[in-house]
Ligand binder design. Structure first.
Ligand SMILES: [Zn+2]
Length: 73
């Protein structure tokens, strides 16, 4: 299934990176994308379609590193 692209280039890059790690990316309507990891913990992260500010991408990656298996894969 073809996924919608994130309109923010930096966040689209994060979604692509996630898919490269085997995460499943869904959603992408008006509100948010949903990222689900492939590990047994089933880590999940929402990505807003309209990021709240300039630091959104960096904060997202920080949160992924802290709260999910992002860095383990
Ligand atoms: Zn995980």
């Amino acid at each position: 299934m073809l996924r919608k692209r994130h309109r923010v280039k930096e966040l689209e890059a994060v979604l692509k990176q996630a898919e490269g790690k085997g995460w499943i990316v869904t959603g992408g309507g008006d509100r948010y994308f949903k990222m689900k990891c492939p590990c047994p913990r089933k880590c999940m992260k929402m990505v807003n379609c309209t990021p709240s500010g300039a630091n959104y991408t960096r904060n997202l990656i920080d949160q992924l590193g802290r709260a999910t298996c992002w860095k383990e894969a």
